[in-house]
Design a protein around this ligand. Structure first.
Ligand code: IPE
Ligand code: IPE
Ligand code: MG
Length: 252
């Protein structure tokens, strides 16, 4: 069994992003309501957050609710929002005690008042914390984020505050929410529940991220599962388009 100490002997991914999937199937497998699965899923978030703190991960971004998830039954959406509000209140002390800074990406304006309040309160109270940044992607969709960036850029160009010929990858990325909040691109992406897709998550930012898929359903994703994913990451070679020889030369 892997331990935190084993993992700490090798480079730790600075930013881990997770698509927390499989809550509904987990619950249905035991004849329970999907909502029950979401409640258990919140426990996994707690565990993963704690383990990331122990290991020294600097950023953890979790996909809590996508722009497409608004299409689910109103009852499920409402239950997810209530659970989120509860999470914000219940975890506040723990988050503060562990020096965790909370940030959020997504179309936050679509959330109900209470959700927005819970979220902004957590962000405000933790803004000076420095150990780990916990990014909640809620009402988030990458295509929404990218079109928003394009809109902001067009507006600037229209007002002569930006030259069209100056728009390059660096300039463009500055208008993405992640860059605006100072969040680097993820090093490792984990998706649970045996699904092999990105579901509109961080499409720009994941360009060179290492991908890890597991059939474990999110409520069963324990500390050990996270260590397994990081151990797997630690055995990869990231070339960023270069050759192995070039990478080895740089390490000398
Ligand atoms: C992930 O679990 C949580 C959210 C998308 C909010 P799901 O609710 O997608 O669970 P499955 O995929 O239906 O099992
Ligand atoms: C992705 O899971 C969104 C979140 C985990 C919040 P989904 O369950 O919504 O994704 P699809 O629909 O199976 O691709
Ligand atoms: Mg799902």
């Amino acid at each position: 069994m892997l331990s935190v100490d084993d993992i700490k002997t090798k480079p730790i991914p600075a930013h881990v992003a997770i698509i927390m999937d499989g809550n509904g199937r987990w619950a249905q497998k035991q004849g329970k309501d999907r909502i029950y699965g979401h409640h258990q899923g919140a426990e996994s978030v707690r565990n993963v957050l704690e383990t990331c703190g122990e290991i020294g991960v600097k950023y953890l971004t979790v996909y809590a609710f996508s722009t497409e998830n608004w299409k689910r039954d109103a009852q499920e959406v409402e239950a997810l929002m209530s659970l989120f509000i509860h999470f914000c209140h219940a975890e506040q002390d723990n988050i503060l005690a562990n020096n965790i800074k909370v940030q959020a990406i997504g179309d936050i304006g679509r959330l109900n008042e209470e959700c927005q309040q819970g979220l902004y309160q957590l962000i405000e109270k933790t803004k000076n914390n420095t150990a780990l940044t916990f990014v909640i992607a809620i009402s988030y969709g990458s295509r929404w984020e990218i079109s928003r960036a394009a809109r902001l850029i067009a507006e600037k160009a229209k007002n002569n505050q930006l030259n069209v010929s100056d728009i390059d990858e660096d300039v463009f990325s500055k208008y993405l929410q992640t860059k605006q909040l100072g969040i680097p691109d993820p090093d490792l992406l984990i998706r649970t529940s045996n699904e092999y897709r990105l579901s509109n998550y961080l499409l720009w930012q994941l360009a060179y991220t290492e991908l890890y898929f597991t059939d474990v359903l999110w409520p069963d994703f324990t500390k050990e599962e996270l260590l397994k994913a990081i151990d797997d990451f630690q055995h990869r070679t990231r070339r960023f388009g270069k050759t192995n020889e070039q990478i080895e030369e740089k390490l000398k």
